[in-house]
Design a protein around this ligand. Structure first.
Ligand SMILES: Cc1cc2nc3c(=O)[nH]c(=O)nc-3n(C[C@H](O)[C@H](O)[C@H](O)COP(=O)(O)OP(=O)(O)OC[C@H]3O[C@@H](n4cnc5c(N)ncnc54)[C@H](O)[C@@H]3O)c2cc1C
Length: 496
């Protein structure tokens, strides 16, 4: 089998992976990136709204307060503050590199003022990633799937990889997971097909802790097949109406269309049930085609014309708030293993992500994790791959349907229990990594994550009971981080 040795192996070539690679190669490290799909891959090139940067020192405090408010008592304030404090340095660098940020920030839901910087109208993620890839000197192996991690004792030391020319063993002084989210666990999602939670499953199996998995953010306004209508549209004047033509959001929240995402998603879901549908009217936006070319093109591809009629919209699974628990430098607690971007749970988002804070987190944590990983390199002899987890992919549609019914925008205990019973009945198998094919591996990863997510969601339901009060610090009496270690789930009170 082919074997490669590098200092830092980065799984994923979205914003977090590529920015991390740029930081690491700047320090002279030998870096290799893998992307299971052709570039530009991942959710990053699909991002429309932009990157949230505090406008100035005074705005930093306001940005922090908006982040804390959206996160519903679970944001780790120190982590959030440090990320926002570091943000201007990254914006300056990106501008110096010639990235075409629009000079005027826009406003998105949950933000008390305009501070989201977009690129190319609604092509923010694509232009950001292209700009980063253009500077990258390290190789990216496209179409290469990380099947399992190589371990030596309790240290992660590389990955077993399937590529177009067969298997490949990459040995590395450290591995950085930047594999993105798990939206494909749900029947309707804004996420790309590769968002199957691979990095979370790999990390869990290597002994890392997964936290808050059940906090999946639903975007309130997706078109029927899942493509996103950016929140920035509402920031620029679009309004939501129900099937009776009534504007309903002011009844749910004083911020109306600009309320935080969870509020808008629930309202859209409930009004859809009550009246038979919800529509987003983009016609109030001046120069709609110029400002939101992607949205207009996606609607037209479905035979809809946003210049003439409101678009049918519904909530869709959008962002994995939980993930591999890391410290503020991206360290997972397992020697040799780091994580950054959507795969990670740093504490920035709490229970609910503030719009456009995720690309910012990918930049800041990508750089930090790369630097921390380089400070910890070690090359144990003869690491072995862990077995792969696989499932027949024909069983996935059934799982997705139950996830939608049981763990969607409105979750009920019975639905969660039914979905968990189904997920636990799935015949997950451990197989040698050289026998794992991509669809079987992705299905296996999703099934594992479904089990953990559903168990966490049920535990969180239980933890609302008064009998858990004594575990709850101070005012945050419902605030728990649910974590999974090995095969057991345990609750850890906030701040511990
Ligand atoms: C439609 C949409 C719009 C969004 N808009 C915004 C926005 O405006 N602002 C904002 O801040 N956030 C936005 N988000 C969220 C944001 O885009 C993502 O959270 C962020 O881009 C994730 O970046 P990442 O680098 O962590 O992962 P990704 O960009 O998802 O990249 C994942 C990478 O991992 C690779 N990979 C995965 N598994 C494997 C494996 N097993 N082996 C090898 N490679 C693997 C993939 O090929 C890919 O290269 C949006 C998300 C979506 C879906």
């Amino acid at each position: 089998m082919r074997t490669l040795t590098v200092d830092l192996l980065i799984l994923g070539a979205g914003v977090a992976g590529v920015y991390a690679a740029l930081a690491a190669e700047g320090e002279g490290a030998r870096v290799l990136l893998l992307s299971k799909d052709p570039l530009p891959s991942g959710a990053t090139p699909w991002a429309q709204g932009g990157v949230a940067f505090p406008r100035d020192v005074a705005d930093l405090e306001a940005h922090l307060q908006d982040t804390l408010r959206a996160g519903r008592g679970l944001v780790e304030e120190g982590v959030a503050r440090s990320i926002l404090e570091e943000a201007p340095e990254h914006l300056e660098r990106l501008l110096a590199w010639g990235l075409p940020f629009h000079p005027e920030p826009t406003r998105e839901g949950g933000h008390s003022r305009a501070r989201v910087r977009h690129l190319g109208g609604d092509r923010s993620g694509l232009l950001l990633l292209r700009g980063l890839l253009a500077r990258l000197r390290s190789p990216v192996l496209e179409g290469h799937l990380a099947v399992s991690l190589l371990v030596a004792g309790d240290r992660v030391a590389g990955a077993y990889v399937l590529g177009p020319e067969g298997p490949l063993e990459v040995r590395a002084g450290a591995v950085l997971l930047a594999t993105g989210g798990l939206g494909r666990l749900f029947p309707v999602t804004t996420n790309p097909p590769g968002a199957t939670g691979d990095g979370m499953a790999l990390a869990y199996r290597a002994g890392a802790v997964l936290r808050d998995l059940e906090f999946v953010q639903f975007h309130p306004t997706a078109l029927p097949e899942g493509s996103l209508v950016s929140e920035a549209c509402r920031g620029e004047g679009a309004i939501l109406v129900n099937a009776l033509g009534e504007r309903f959001l002011p009844r749910y929240d004083p911020l109306a269309e600009l309320a935080p995402r969870d509020v808008v998603a629930r309202a859209v879901f409930l009004e859809g049930l009550r009246t038979g549908g919800v529509f987003l009217d983009l016609r109030p936006i001046p120069r709609l085609e110029e400002r939101f070319p992607t949205v207009v093109a996606q609607a037209r591809a479905l035979g809809l014309d946003p210049l003439k009629e409101p678009l049918p919209v519904a909530p869709a699974a959008h962002y994995a708030i939980g993930g591999v628990r890391t410290d503020p430098w991206g360290f997972t607690g397992v020697a040799g293993l780091y994580a950054a971007g959507e795969v990670a749970s740093t504490g920035l988002h709490g229970a609910n992500r503030l719009a456009s804070n995720s690309l910012l987190e990918g930049l800041v944590l990508g750089q930090r994790a790369a630097r921390a990983a380089l400070a910890s390199l070690a090359f144990p002899k003869a690491p072995e791959p862990l077995p792969a987890l696989t499932l027949d992919p024909a069983l996935l549609p059934g799982l997705r349907r139950r996830m939608g019914e049981g763990a969607g925008v409105l979750r009920r205990r019975e639905g969660l229990e039914a979905a968990l019973a189904f997920a636990e009945g799935l015949p997950l198998e451990e197989s040698p990594p050289d026998r794992a094919a991509r669809p079987h591996l992705e299905a296996g990863n999703l099934a594992l994550l479904a089990r953990l997510l559903l168990r966490m969601a049920l535990l969180r339901e239980e933890s609302r009971g008064a009998h858990h009060r004594e575990d709850c610090p101070g005012e945050a009496e419902e605030a728990y981080h649910l974590e999974a270690r090995g095969a057991t789930l345990c609750r850890v009170p906030l701040g511990v």
